[in-house]
Ligand binder design. Structure first.
Ligand code: IPM
Ligand code: MG
Length: 400
């Protein structure tokens, strides 16, 4: 038997470097900065990033909706939209970076961001295998909470997922070790302060919204060390909220339970490590009508970024269908943005209009292909619905 000692030494060195950067990160987490008061920043600079693929098409529609809703604030200069161009796969590939430096500088000037999907290269693509821009931005701006609501009123589903967004299988996803041609190793990282902050946020959200249950999802029976820490932390923090029921499930059975009509309506708030959150929220969004219907908030202490939960759909672009892309995912992200910056009532109205157009009334067909409505037509319908003085009555009527 021949063991490649040089390969082991190289891998050990790499691992040592990873441990150093991760321990440094843990120290930074313990020293957390205060929350920026997004509601009182004047002027509030909102960065708008089109992205690529279907991104520019649907971002434009979300922008149009926000321009309408925030017309007065934009007019008075209380809010400024900053258009950040060039976060495209071509530009990123050219400099070999997930986010080119000059664009990152622009991004960092905007505490609030609305971002279109960006292409993540995969094996076999013509692009160099650079890191996903989403993942890089979440790390760079420390957007630790990926909050993803899924609501299906007719099925009595009302879920909010708190997906940990800066650790898990993602944080070293581009730092795995190819020890030899025959042996590859990836890493999953959970830190105590990292688990604590997302779990606490989920409980705080439940407490503020009178929600009586928080559910953790892990695979702690198998991934014992990292998921074990996540679950221990969950149990410890749950004790601080005696009025909230805390239960925990494994990810495999949870994917099944989301399809169980008798069980799923009992769940309200989920908190889970990064990759499980990635997967489970796509499944959940499918129940709502598909990933094209779901928006998400990436929340950190100094920044918040709002985006669709799906990718840039290069296939739709290739097949000439980009203009039929469903903009509601981005517009839902826009509603979450409004909530975050202190316009909760307007955000709520926008959500009601989205429910009516996308789920309740569905006066036009959103199919993603010719024959269905275009992103622009879908948005026109939404704006018309939003303008209805009886919006809330209309929404309620559809519920019964
Ligand atoms: C998401 C996406 C991203 C992720 C991809 C594009 C890297 O699937 O936001 O859920 O895996 O987080
Ligand atoms: Mg995903």
């Amino acid at each position: 038997m021949k063991i490649d000692i040089t390969a082991i030494k190289a891998a050990e060195k790499h691992l040592g470097e990873l441990l150093t950067t991760q321990l440094e990160r843990v120290e930074r987490l313990k020293d957390a900065e205060d929350w920026l008061d997004f509601q009182n920043l004047r002027p509030l600079r909102i960065g708008i990033i089109g992205g690529d693929g279907i991104g520019p098409y649907i971002s434009l529609e979300a922008q149009r909706v926000l321009e309408h809703i925030l017309a007065d604030e934009l007019e008075s200069g209380k809010i400024i939209f900053q258009f950040i161009e060039g976060l495209t796969i071509e530009n990123r590939a050219a400099v070999g970076k997930a986010i080119p430096d000059d664009i990152l500088r622009e991004i960092k000037k905007c505490p609030i961001l609305l971002k279109g999907p960006t292409t993540t290269p995969r094996k076999g693509d013509p692009w160099p295998n650079i890191e996903s821009a989403n993942v890089a931005m979440r790390k760079e701006l420390d957007l630790f909470a990926n909050v993803r609501p899924v609501r299906v009123p007719e099925l009595d589903i009302d879920w909010t997922f708190f997906r940990e967004n800066t650790e898990g299988a993602y944080v070293l996803g581009s730092e795995g070790i190819k020890v030899t041609d025959d042996l590859t190793i990836d890493f999953k990282v959970i830190t105590r302060p990292g688990a604590e902050r997302i779990i606490r946020l989920a409980f705080e959200y439940a407490a503020e919204n009178n929600i009586s249950r928080v559910t953790a999802v892990t695979k702690a029976n198998v991934i014992k060390t990292t998921d074990g820490l996540f679950l221990d932390t969950f149990e410890r923090i749950a004790k601080e909220y005696p009025n909230i029921e805390a239960d925990d499930w494994y990810i495999d059975i949870m994917t099944a339970k989301l399809l169980d009509p008798n069980r799923r309506t009992q769940f309200k708030v989920f908190v889970l490590p990064n990759l499980y959150g990635d997967i489970l929220t796509d499944e959940a969004a499918q129940l709502q009508g598909g990933v094209g219907t779901a928006g998400s908030a990436n929340i950190g202490r100094r920044y918040a970024m709002f985006e669709a939960i799906h990718g840039s759909a290069p296939r739709m672009v290739k097949e000439g269908r980009a203009k039929y892309a469903d903009p509601f995912s981005m517009i839902r992200a826009g509603a979450m943005l409004l909530n975050r910056i202190g316009y909760g009532d307007r955000g709520r109205n926008l959500e009601m209009a989205l429910d009516i157009c996308g789920q309740l009334e569905k006066r036009i067909a959103i199919t993603g292909r010719p024959g269905g409505a275009t992103a622009r037509e879908i948005t026109d319908y939404l704006l018309e619905t939003l303008a209805d003085p009886n919006l809330e009555g209309n929404w309620r009527q559809h519920q019964s």
